[in-house]
Design a protein around this ligand. Structure first.
Ligand SMILES: Nc1ncnc2c1ncn2[C@@H]1O[C@H](COP(=O)(O)OP(=O)(O)OP(=O)(O)O)[C@@H](O)[C@H]1O
Length: 696
């Protein structure tokens, strides 16, 4: 089945086939992304109006929608043009008025005969201390009470589309809903009490109880699950296809790794060992690796990467590691060069700064396979950079990379294995949504001997005290980072603030003790400032967030962050992660100015309470929302229509597990359930996923 199944045809016809949808309405609906009947079906009500009948309007809080049985009283036609027509009515306890601006008198007399009873439903408002119901939404005989929906769905609208049109066209689309083959595992549906797809759709559009309307109730939860499951099956198929794509078997011998381990001053953590063996185990298989290494700050990802690259060199091939900035690429070189030398590995660096002869020489050596490990910035992936036998590409700090970019990267060498390292833990649900096509190794253990970083919140008014304390600490040989306020508007303002602070700290602490780095400085000057700080020549390094990711200077044990309330949680965690990397006890001072908003307060409190990056990531997601945490556009994070990635992260995990399971039991979606999953993929317009199967 490689075309849309017939059973879905009614959901994909033109909109104008629906009741109440003419060409004009169809055009307007299109502006809301509603192009097919199925889009209407997946546009769920955003609120519900309760029209359950009441005895009286008395005691109500107005304006509000009321449904009540009334005895019709006197008609007061509009005596003056432009004035409304009124009908007095009496419910069980009080009287009020029905008000009409545009209605024919004879029609009104017919609908509302004096002395008879009717049920009316509409918005009641107070006007000149008289309760008015202007243009009731419903007027029905008492016996016809069921014609009024007790819980009326209210849909999102756009210009030119009224609530009535929406309700009518949805109702028409719902008539096409038939039973579809079930793609959800029966045990799962049973456990959660989920209705069938058809029932779930009907309930979601005509909820009768709070649970019917709640995103956590069975009907909506099921529809959310369908969406997440379709996404996870797509990722699982992508992963499967990649794994089937022929890869080269990399057989590491362990010889170089042993040499490296022997020359280390410490022993690797269990998490580091496990990650290295997962990576090399994967590379030893005849398919392409596509793996994510997620580690908390300071968990020692660089060593894991280096050992994996050494494993590649053992097999006679090459590896490349790309860092997001020049500073980090150089830092990798400095920290890894001694290990490379001791184990006899030829390692080089290539960045945008390499020009002319030097660059050509490096490229030639690389093409000849003489350079075994290449470090660098994105310059390593420029077109003319050719490798003799590239086997492994490591991308450091890349949640800015979407699925597509990762695939492009893999095209660089034939059958290159890919390892992506993220230095900021990502909430579980986002990791699954964004990296569900990858295998994951997690470094959830910090090297032994690290002491907790003491984190304190300090009001900016105590700046002088902080500077005094810093004076004392630097006199004792300690080193500190001073991160300047993120003014936010432009790089230039950030940098001016940093320069100002740099000047004032020089006055307070002595010129020779204070250094400065910011993004606008010439590269050479930046390197020199970093080098002075690494060598301990300067004691305090004033910086903008250029030092946010990855900088590793174990002797630095104090981190001051000015206007910490302006930073996001992930960023604060990254910044704080620059200290606490040596054996010295470290501290982090979060300076804030003035009264804090609730959100900022929560962020700073979280920082004080925990150092666990995974916990912080979950809190960040709660406070900011998924789009902001990953940056939707850059991340390739899908937009879900029904599922709420924060609220329903548990469903995401279930969908992930089930999609992976499906690949082991029915990789080509041939069984009865597999066929049903195909129906789901078509329904969710994931034809591309189906193509992944057929190529597979
Ligand atoms: N098992 C270990 N025991 C002690 N120190 C270690 C261990 N593994 C790595 N280190 C050291 O810990 C420091 C941090 O390692 P690394 O720079 O790789 O961290 P990271 O995971 O990249 O963190 P971040 O993302 O915060 O930069 C380095 O100085 C490294 O030499």
């Amino acid at each position: 089945m490689n075309t849309r199944p017939e059973i879905l045809f009614p959901f994909f016809t033109a909109m104008t086939g629906l009741n109440g949808v003419g060409p004009k309405t169809a055009q307007n609906l299109e502006k809301m992304g509603i192009e097919r009947p199925k889009d209407l079906i997946f546009t769920l009500p955003q609120s519900i109006v309760n029209r359950e009948p009441r005895e009286t309007i008395q005691g109500g809080v107005f304006p509000s929608i009321v449904t009540v049985e009334v005895l019709i009283g006197e008609h007061k036609p509009n005596s003056v043009k432009g004035r409304p027509y009124r009908v007095t009515v009496q419910d069980a306890k009080t009287s009020f008025q029905l008000v009409f601006f545009h209605a024919r008198a004879d029609w009104l007399r017919e609908q509302l005969p004096t002395g008879q009873r009717r049920i009316v439903s509409g918005k009641v408002e107070m006007f000149d201390s008289i309760a008015n119901m202007v243009h009731p939404d419903y007027i029905v005989p008492v016996a016809g009470v069921n014609e009024i929906p007790q819980h009326e769905p209210i849909y999102p609208l756009t210009a030119g589309v009224t609530q009535k049109t929406m309700q009518k066209s949805v109702a028409s689309a719902l008539e096409r809903v038939t039973h579809l083959p079930e793609w959800i595992l029966p045990s799962l549906a049973q456990k959660h009490n989920w209705p069938s797809w058809a029932d779930a759709v009907r309930i979601a559009h005509a909820p009768k109880t709070g649970a019917d309307f709640s995103p956590m109730g069975p009907a909506r939860a099921r529809l959310a699950y369908d969406e997440l499951y379709a996404h996870q099956v797509t990722l699982a198929l992508a992963r499967q296809k990649l794994r089937r794509a022929k890869g080269k078997v990399t057989k590491s011998t362990g010889v170089l790794q042993d040499k490296i381990l022997k020359s280390l001053a410490f022993t690797p953590t269990n998490a580091q060992r496990r990650a290295v063996s997962e990576i090399l185990g994967d590379m030893g298989e005849p398919y392409r690796m596509n793996r994510l290494l997620q580690g908390d700050v300071g968990s020692g990802k660089t060593l894991v990467a280096f050992l994996a690259m050494a494993g590649v060199v053992e097999s006679g091939a090459q590896a490349v590691m790309m860092a997001p900035t020049e500073i980090l690429a150089r830092q990798h070189l400095e920290s890894l060069q001694p290990l490379a030398e001791q184990s006899g590995i030829v390692m080089e660096i290539l960045t945008g700064r390499d020009k002319g002869k030097e660059r050509s020489a490096k490229l030639a050596a690389l093409a000849a396979g003489k350079i075994q490990i290449l470090l660098g910035t994105h310059a390593v992936f420029q077109k003319d950079v050719e490798f003799g036998a590239l086997r492994l590409a490591i991308i450091d700090e890349q949640h800015r990379f979407g699925v597509r970019q990762r695939m492009d990267l893999g095209a660089k060498g034939a059958a290159v294995d890919i390892l992506v390292m993220t230095a900021t833990p990502i909430p579980r649900s986002l990791a699954l949504a964004n990296f569900g096509d990858m295998d994951v190794s997690i470094l959830d253990e910090k090297p032994a001997g690290r002491k907790p970083v003491e984190t304190v919140l300090v009001n900016n008014s105590r700046l002088d005290q902080i500077v005094d304390r810093l004076k004392q600490a630097t006199a004792d040989g300690k080193q500190a980072y001073w991160v300047c306020p993120l003014v936010g508007e432009s790089e230039v303002t950030d940098w001016t603030a940093a320069e100002e602070r740099y000047r004032s700290l020089r006055v307070a602490l002595g010129d020779e003790n204070v250094g400065l780095v910011h993004g606008q400085m010439p590269a050479a000057q930046k390197d020199a400032a970093m080098a002075d700080f690494v060598a301990g020549k300067t004691k305090v390094l004033v910086a903008t967030t250029v030092i946010e990711v990855g900088v590793n200077i174990p002797n630095a044990s104090i981190m001051v962050i000015e206007q910490a309330e302006k930073f996001g949680l992930a960023q604060l965690h990254q910044l704080r992660g620059r200290v606490g990397r040596g054996s010295e006890k470290s501290s982090c001072l979060l300076l804030y100015a003035g009264p804090l908003g609730a959100n900022a307060k929560k962020r700073l409190e979280t920082m004080r309470q925990t150092e666990d990056g995974f916990e912080i990531a979950e809190m960040d997601l709660k406070l900011r929302g998924a789009g902001d945490v990953l940056g939707v556009q850059q991340s390739g994070l899908p937009k879900f229509k029904i599922a709420d990635i924060e609220l329903q992260s548990d469903l995401m995990k279930i969908a992930f597990d089930d999609a992976r399971l499906l690949m082991t039991t029915d990789p080509t979606l041939e069984t009865e359930r597999g066929q049903a999953v195909r129906v789901l993929l078509y329904l969710m317009e994931r034809e591309k996923a189906i193509r992944l199967i057929s190529i597979g």
